[in-house]
Ligand binder design. Structure first.
Ligand SMILES: Cc1cc2nc3c(=O)[nH]c(=O)nc-3n(C[C@H](O)[C@H](O)[C@H](O)COP(=O)(O)OP(=O)(O)OC[C@H]3O[C@@H](n4cnc5c(N)ncnc54)[C@H](O)[C@@H]3O)c2cc1C
Length: 393
């Protein structure tokens, strides 16, 4: 198996191609746009930087963000320094960087739309720009809207989120996330090198687009974001259910999916860049070792089991209550009043805290967290913590 065709030159396809070409495979990456400004926040957590340090080390423009602010549905705010910074790229820059690395490693990058893929014969046949192409194996890394589905099913409505947003030409240093009451999704403002990506994500079919647009425009007003020159965007984002992560076929005899196409996205945060890179990497490793069939198991061991657990708790996090208030509101309050809880959220933001051990950590430290919270509430009158907590409870 030497000739590999890759549909999609985003993070999943480009990294997979780079790894394979480095090991002597003949790789052709087909992408209808090559490097482009894909609608995205562009935020890379520390786990991505740790696994792929070149994302931090290169000279390409990017923003390194140390401070985050969470805002509850009722308007409470908690600002904190993250234990590890988040690195934020414009996607055109990030995709360009990854594709350059793939081409330098020996991949051919073809700007062309793939319209058909046939995996039934000895060789895979695909059509790109009206021309036939043959390969031993095809990697499907065409993103969330991927329509090329040999032997598998498309993601359903319940596995997708809709996103709307703006690229705004202004500068900012703080990453902001706002929750809404009884709403499965959130608003964000991610600062980049010379603009912001501001947006909203929500489960597909749960809120009309006009309502999402209103929430987004309210957020922009509340945060006083200057909108001159802003460009609107909209895109789908996988938000897989547990059963989809567990049961969907993502690989066959001579094909496999990676990244968004394989629904490798955190169903709570929408983080997909790390999982796209990692899935492309794991698929390449499986092919290099001659064990393509082991790819789904490798994904499972690396992160699918954790994403499956995240999918099971996602709804509770956005819609659940704790001590009579929304979990997201309590989270913002605890961030302000409990240093122990703040450390936990810092680790969640940096990507070093996985979901499966989160529950145990929360239980282990619940006593200390509540004690810190109560101490903060009963601080002498006049301290801002006292006033804020009385207002919020
Ligand atoms: C609004 C929004 C905000 C997000 N913010 C973040 C964030 O801050 N951090 C984070 O980690 N993740 C974020 N994500 C998720 C992240 O964007 C994706 O998970 C990531 O881009 C997936 O990479 P990929 O390579 O699988 O697919 P993509 O990046 O979508 O790349 C797929 C590529 O395939 C090409 N293609 C598709 N079909 C064809 C075809 N038939 N022929 C040829 N080429 C084709 C496309 O042109 C594209 O370049 C966000 C997503 C959205 C929608």
């Amino acid at each position: 198996m030497r000739d590999i065709a890759i549909v999609g030159g985003g993070p999943a396809g480009a990294l997979c191609g780079e790894r394979l070409a480095t090991h002597g495979f003949r790789v052709t990456i087909f992408d209808e746009r090559l490097a482009w400004e894909k609608p995205c926040g562009g935020g890379l957590t520390h786990k991505a930087i740790e696994a792929y340090p070149f994302l931090l080390e290169g000279s390409q423009p990017k923003k390194i963000v140390h401070t985050a602010e969470l805002i509850s549905g009722g308007g409470h705010r908690a600002r904190f320094e993250m234990s590890r910074p988040i690195v934020i790229y414009a996607r055109k820059v990030l995709n360009g960087l990854l594709l350059d690395r793939a081409v330098n490693a020996g991949c051919a990058a073809v700007r062309s739309r793939v319209t058909t893929v046939d995996t039934n014969g000895d060789k895979v046949r695909l059509t790109a720009g009206g021309e036939d192409h043959r390969s031993d194996f095809v990697v499907l890394a065409g993103g969330a809207r991927n329509q090329l589905l040999p032997g598998t099913t498309a993601l359903g409505t319940k596995d997708l989120e809709v996103t709307l947003g703006y690229f705004v030409p202004t500068e900012e240093d703080i990453l902001k996330v706002k929750f809404l009451k009884q709403f499965e999704g959130y608003l964000w403002s991610f600062p980049r090198a010379d603009h912001l990506s501001v947006g909203i994500c929500a489960k597909l079919g749960q809120s009309p687009t006009q309502a999402l647009r209103r929430h987004l425009d309210d957020f922009v007003d509340e945060e006083k974001i200057p909108m001159a020159g802003a460009k609107f965007y909209s895109h789908m984002l996988p938000s897989p259910q547990a059963a989809t992560i567990r049961g969907r076929k993502i690989a066959g005899r001579n094909w496999a999916m990676a990244g968004d196409a394989a629904a490798c996205v955190d169903p709570i945060t929408g983080e997909g860049l790390y999982y796209a890179l990692r899935s492309g990497d794991l698929l390449a490793q499986a092919l290099i070792e001659g064990h393509a069939h082991s790819y789904p198991e490798r994904l499972q061991a690396a992160f699918s089991a954790d994403l499956e657990f995240a999918a099971m708790i996602a709804r509770k996090i956005f819609r659940g209550t704790f001590l009579g208030g929304a979990i997201t509101t309590r989270m913002v309050q605890l961030l302000n009043y409990s240093p122990t809880f703040r450390d936990l959220i810092r680790d969640v933001f940096s990507g070093s805290q996985d979901y499966r051990s989160l529950k145990r950590r929360l239980w282990d430290q619940v006593g200390v967290t509540m004690l810190e919270f109560v101490r903060s509430v009963f601080r002498p009158r006049g301290s801002s913590a006292y006033v804020d907590s009385r207002e919020s409870l």
